[in-house]
Structures are given as structure tokens and as C-alpha cells.
Design a protein around this ligand. Structure first.
Ligand code: 5GP
Length: 191
């Protein structure tokens, strides 16, 4: 029988990760793991859909209660993957996608070496900067900070199993699907 996949995806902001994942998630066989976070919801974000929005106290209580697979602090807020979003969904026969930052992914590499680790990268730092300027939603100093953060995150890319360069969206989506398809054919995933 084929084993379901646990897929861990990381990407610096501005890499088009959201667009790639929304294409992938059109297939019902995937479950997108909804993380818990202590950051405030942004406009249009819905509790239970984008994130489970929790107070710091509630988050810490759940850490104590051993409800997380991994958790990390990022830009002053906690983010974490709930066991209820991963193991239970895998048991239901879904392929589960976690979209998490590099420290959480590093924890997962130790905890769940059977997972597939995919890093989505921009074609270059210069291109990332250009995209952030074009988006026009952030001020110059915020863009500089985002770019510096992206450079730090990119240094983790060699630890992942695969790197998908998001140059053209369609190609990046095809690469992502090809990785999943090949992973499903691996001998060790066909017992
Ligand atoms: P944002 O606040 O922009 O939604 O997310 C900030 C960062 O937190 C992103 O890099 C995102 O991948 C990461 N993130 C989201 N959920 C989790 C999680 O459950 N665990 C970890 N470690 N990082 C997460």
C-alpha cells in the first residue's frame, strides 16, 4: 500500500509560495495543515481557515499540553503545527502540507525524517527585491528587512530535499507536482 506523504514547505516571503500552494491545494487529496499563531489576524483572514489565532497564554498552555508537533518564534510571535492537523489527517488518508518557517522545518527534519522537505526559492535576491517593490505594500525599510530575512532563510535551503525555483509560476507548480509524484513511487513508500 502507498504511504501518505507529509510535505514540509518553506519559502522566504515574496517567493510566491501562497500562489503555488493554492494551485496544489485544488486537489482534494491534500490537507493544508492550519497552524496556530499568536499574531493578530490580517484583513480577510479567518480563524480556523488561515490560522488558529490564539493568545500567548493559550498557546503556552497547549505547548505544556503537548499538542504541537513543532513550534517556533518568528518576528515576535509564536507559530506551531498542531498534532490534530497532521497525524489525524495522515490517518484519514490525506497527504498533509505544512507551510512553516526554517526553524520549525529543522525540528521536523529530526522528528519526521520520512517527510518530504521542499524549499521554494526566488530566482535571485535581486528579483525578490524587485517583486517586493512592485507589490508596493511595504515601505522601503520593511523591504530591506524582508530581503535580509530572505537571505538568512535561503542559507537553510541546502538542508531541504528539493528546491523549487519560482521563476515562472506554471513551471514551479509543475516541479512541485513532479516531486510529489516521484516521492509516491519511492520503494520505501510502497510497502
Ligand atoms: P505569516 O505571519 O506571514 O503568516 O507567517 C510568518 C512565517 O511563519 C512564515 O514563514 C510561515 O511559513 C511561518 N509559519 C506559519 N505557520 C507555522 C507553523 O506552524 N510553524 C512554524 N514553525 N512556522 C510557521
Amino acid at each position: 500500500m502507498r504511504k501518505n506523504l507529509l510535505i514540509v514547505v518553506s519559502a522566504p516571503s515574496g517567493c510566491g509560495k501562497g500562489t503555488i500552494l493554492s494551485e496544489i491545494l485544488k486537489d482534494d487529496n491534500y490537507h493544508f495543515s492550519v497552524s496556530a499563531t499568536t499574531r493578530q489576524p490580517r484583513d480577510g483572514e479567518v480563524n480556523g481557515v488561515n490560522y488558529h489565532f490564539l493568545s500567548r497564554e493559550e498557546f503556552e498552555r497547549r505547548v505544556e499540553n503537548d499538542e504541537f508537533v513543532e513550534h517556533a518564534e518568528y518576528c515576535g510571535n509564536y507559530y506551531g503545527t498542531l498534532k490534530s492537523e497532521t497525524d489525524q489527517q495522515l490517518e484519514k488518508g490525506k497527504d498533509v502540507i505544512l507551510e512553516i518557517e526554517v526553524n520549525g522545518a529543522s525540528q521536523m527534519m529530526k522528528l519526521r525524517p520520512d517527510a518530504v522537505f521542499i524549499f521554494i526559492a526566488p530566482p535571485s535576491i535581486a528579483e525578490l527585491e524587485r517583486r517586493l517593490h512592485k507589490r508596493g505594500t511595504e515601505k522601503e525599510d520593511v523591504i530591506k528587512e524582508r530581503v535580509a530575512q530572505a537571505e538568512r532563510e535561503l542559507s537553510y535551503a541546502p538542508k531541504y530535499d528539493y528546491i523549487v525555483v519560482n521563476d515562472a509560476l506554471e513551471d514551479a507548480v509543475d516541479d512541485f507536482k513532479a516531486i510529489i509524484r516521484a516521492e509516491k513511487c519511492r520503494t520505501d513508500k510502497n510497502k
